[in-house]
Design a protein around this ligand. Structure first.
Ligand code: ADP
Ligand code: ZN
Ligand code: ZN
Length: 802
């Protein structure tokens, strides 16, 4: 068995296969499938995953494995197979699928160290190598020509540990840290004024504009390949600060969390949990759709199901949307399961994420709560997978591999014979339709656990306001209700739909809008820097004082950004204090939590935000929820826009009156008769489902039809169009008669970063070989892709039709 089958890190579609390498003597005892290795490939040395060991190869004269990167496999057999499945499902490279399962630290080139974990004497050559030191560079071991087997043994016994240098905490108590010394906007100003040739300083400064969190100086130097002097210059200029800190990485302070015990379930909850517990007990794979209004006790069902899984000696994965990974949510799991919980959150640093991953890998925890990629947690005895808010589109990854966490969950549920629970107050049509067909088991919770009614929703017709001469963005009723709340010392949540969050600059005379010169999209106005920025590339410019088209000086700010709403409120209700939560105020790590904490402590009357405030928040004192424009999403070119509107309105309504105080919801809209606004205000999911299913059927959309979106981009427009036409032509020869191939058409944003974008869409009911055709087509263009910078991306479950 001295031959390894390796999936190599080569970005070309024809290389979705394994390559054989022979295993040199010194690695023979340690090498296992699931380990990463360095192998020669052509003239280069590249990374690869060992997927198997065999004794024979059909090739002669195999090359040797150069190096082994792991002493224990980082991927289990199940995950290796899952990687193959994901690659196949999403038409991506196996290597990309495998890497998506690992934390960042294992993907890039961090330096490794061997750290001594014991005071006892190590086996001879190792003890000699350490020569009294607590840690050594991994390279020292590699250069010393010692036995890898012995090293692996020592690591398995816990006498030595392999550390990536991001986590220098183990070896050093104090670390020199660097952090910004000024407000972000001041740093931005300094950045702009910096001389061009101070490249390193600018790079470092740029980093701290993006990341306001302190990091060790050592990391700064390594990341930017620079010296102390760079940091010192920035410190001297008053832009950065350095200080010494004892490093620890636990992002949540576990001691403070109050422990909870299982609540006695309501009748409804008991009915819902029974089949889930049965499935856990009998090791059967079933998918449950738990449809329950906000506050109906879904989370308690998750907690008690997980308890059964832990009691059985098995493990649980809980996915929650990124935005909902608030301390409030995490604490509910830590409160019940304490130190058995790992948290995977994109706001964690690379080192923190790796720490959490390692706790899973070493079987130190039984539960992981995390965003999308936590679905790949390397557990080996999964007993349940839970996806909360299953309708959230963040469960779909928008880069390669374009997987949907729900599909991966179901695949893993099958692998482990365990249940998958999908929970939501507003399930996707896809999931609900499957439940109706009996593919999933449906459990419904109709009541809130505290028997509070859902808050009353009033729809306010903004057209009538306009007729009555009210030109502000607040209806009279909303204004009065806010004032009423503030007088009663109650709090208000105001939601601005996502589309409204940008502000554009438009000439009042000729209507000229400043577009990005590299993308076909309007530039967004940023008040604090008085600049126009592109949200797709990093282009920015100063706001013009006269119109570049007609020289008029009547420049007008158009659109309702949260900043403008804030100004309008201050003008309208001067006594109101307000906290704003949007991409601008939450750019810094931890600021999201900080805003919520302050609001929870009553430090402001109003929380104003984009849809990120609609999720999972639970404040006792909130009695009024206002939605400024319910329909701003309805006009998007997206067949899911009605569904998304319904979901958002339902979600945000659930924020009011969760406790003793009764809540009120006011929804302002220009289309009060639209069914998704109307039915959301009545909390009538079933009627919405029926109505929307009718639309989907009529217009041939999911769940009646499957979709595939092919996007072609290149700098040359003619090339894009020609390629797109050829692809459509090739497809039409293959697909069956009732399959629809639309396009090619320009993408909704026809150009981004100077690349033209065309797309075609396939709508089909039954194309068992579609992946085969698509792969063949991709293969045909692979030369063009490799040599001419053409990009063809295929999304077999498109969510953003942009
Ligand atoms: P959901 O996840 O459906 O929004 P939660 O699980 O958050 O609902 O429950 C809402 C509130 O009701 C929480 O404060 C929770 O502690 C409480 N709760 C849940 N189940 C019960 C129960 N069986 N008895 C009493 N309170 C409960
Ligand atoms: Zn003009
Ligand atoms: Zn741009």
């Amino acid at each position: 068995m001295n031959i390894a089958k390796v999936i190599v890190d080569v970005p070309a579609s024809s290389i979705n296969q394994t390559f054989d390498y022979s295993i040199p003597e010194r690695f023979q005892e340690i090498l296992k499938p699931g380990m990463r290795v360095i192998v020669p490939f052509g003239p280069r040395k590249i990374m690869g995953f060992v997927v198997d060991r065999v004794s024979e190869s059909s090739f002669e004269r195999l090359k040797n494995i150069i190096d082994v990167l792991d002493l224990t496999p980082v991927l289990t057999k199940e995950l290796l197979d899952l990687g193959k499945w994901v690659a196949n499902e999403t038409l991506s490279l196996s290597i990309v699928a495998l890497q998506a399962m690992l934390p960042q630290v294992l993907k890039s080139k961090y330096k490794k160290e061997l750290v001594r974990m014991t005071d006892e004497k190590l086996p001879d050559p190792l003890e000699y190598l350490f020569a009294g030191r607590d840690f050594i560079a991994y390279e020292e071991f590699e250069n010393a020509n010692l036995s890898y087997y012995q090293l692996q043994k020592a690591v398995q016994a816990g006498d030595l540990s392999v550390h990536y240098q991001v986590q220098s905490k183990v070896t050093k108590k104090e670390v020199l840290m660097v952090k910004p010394a000024r407000e972000t906007h001041m740093m931005e100003e300094a950045f702009i004024d910096f001389p061009k040739n101070a490249k390193k300083q600018k790079q470092v400064l740029g980093y701290f504009i993006e990341n306001t969190h302190p990091i060790p100086q050592k990391e700064v130097l390594k990341q930017f390949q620079t010296t102390n002097q760079t940091v010192k210059s920035l410190v001297d200029k008053g832009l950065l600060e350095t200080y010494k800190e004892e490093v620890y990485r636990n992002p949540y302070n576990d001691e403070e969390i109050e422990r909870t015990t299982a609540l006695e379930l309501t009748e409804e909850q008991q009915q819902a949990i029974k089949p889930i517990l049965a499935s856990i007990k009998n090791n059967t794979h079933d998918v449950f759709l738990l449809h329950g209004v906000t506050g109906s006790g879904k989370t308690e069902i998750y907690l008690q199901s997980i308890q059964d899984v832990i009691d059985k000696g098995e493990e649980a994965i809980v996915l929650v949307p990124e935005i909902a990974l608030t301390p409030q949510m995490v604490n509910r799991f830590k409160g019940r399961f304490g130190k058995s919980v790992a948290v995977m959150h994109s706001a964690l640093s690379a080192g923190e994420k790796y720490d959490e991953w390692r706790r899973i890998h070493r079987k130190e925890v039984q539960v992981v709560v995390g965003a999308r990629s936590a679905i790949f947690a390397p557990f080996e005895n999964l007993g349940i997978i839970i996806i909360d808010e299953e309708h959230e589109t963040t469960y779909k990854q928008e880069d390669q591999p374009r997987y949907h966490a729900r599909d991966v969950a179901i695949q893993r549920g099958q692998n482990h014979n365990c249940p998958v629970v999908l929970g939501s107050a507003t399930p996707t049509l896809e999931s609900y339709a499957r439940a109706m067909k009996g593919v999933y088991s449906l459990a419904t919770l109709n009541k809130r656990t505290n028997d509070q009614p859902m808050p009353h929703v009033d729809i306010i017709d903004m057209r009538a306001e306009l007729h009555a001469g009210n030109r502000t963005m607040f209806s009279r009723k909303l204004k009065e209700s806010i004032e009423h709340c503030i007088r009663n010392k109650e709090q208000v949540v105001l939601l601005l739909n996502r589309r409204g969050y940008s502000t554009f600059v438009m000439c009042r005379d000729c209507g000229h809008v400043n577009d990005c010169p590299h993308c076909d999209i309007a530039l967004t106005y940023h008040k604090n820097t008085n600049r126009l920025k592109c949200h797709y590339c990093s282009y920015e410019e100063i706001v013009p004082s006269i119109c570049p088209e007609c020289n008029s000086d009547l420049i007008r700010y158009f659109g309702t950004g949260t900043q403008r709403v804030e100004e309008a409120i201050t003008e309208l209700i001067p006594e109101a204090s307000l906290l704003r939560m949007d991409v601008d105020t939450t750019r810094r790590k931890g600021s999201h939590e900080k805003i919520l904490k302050e609001f929870g402590e009553g430090k402001a009357d109003i929380l104003l935000g984009t849809q990120m405030i609609a999720k999972g928040l639970d404040f006792e004192n909130v009695t009024l929820v206002g939605v400024l424009t319910a329909d701003s999403m309805l006009n998007l070119p997206d067949f899911r826009s009605s569904e998304k509107t319904f979901q958002l309105l339902t979600q945000v309504s659930g924020r009011a009156g969760r406790h003793e105080l009764t809540g009120q919801v006011l929804v302002q809209t220009y289309t009060p008769e639209h069914y998704s606004v109307k039915l959301a205000s009545e909390y009538n999911f079933l009627e919405f489902y029926k109505k929307e299913m009718g639309m989907r059927k009529k217009f041939q959309y999911p769940p009646y039809y499957f979709l595939a979106l092919i996007t072609i981009t290149h700098e040359n427009k003619v090339k894009v169009i020609q390629t797109a036409q050829r692809i459509v032509h090739l497809l039409l020869q293959k697909v069956n008669q009732n399959t629809v191939v639309l396009g090619p058409t320009p993408s909704p944003i026809p150009r981004i970063k100077d690349r033209y974008r065309y797309q075609c869409m396939i709508k089909y009911r039954n194309e068992p070989d579609l992946r085969v055709y698509l792969n063949k087509i991709l293969d045909q263009f692979s030369d063009d892709v490799r040599k001419n910078n053409l990009i063809i991306s295929v999304d077999l479950q498109p969510y953003h039709l942009m």
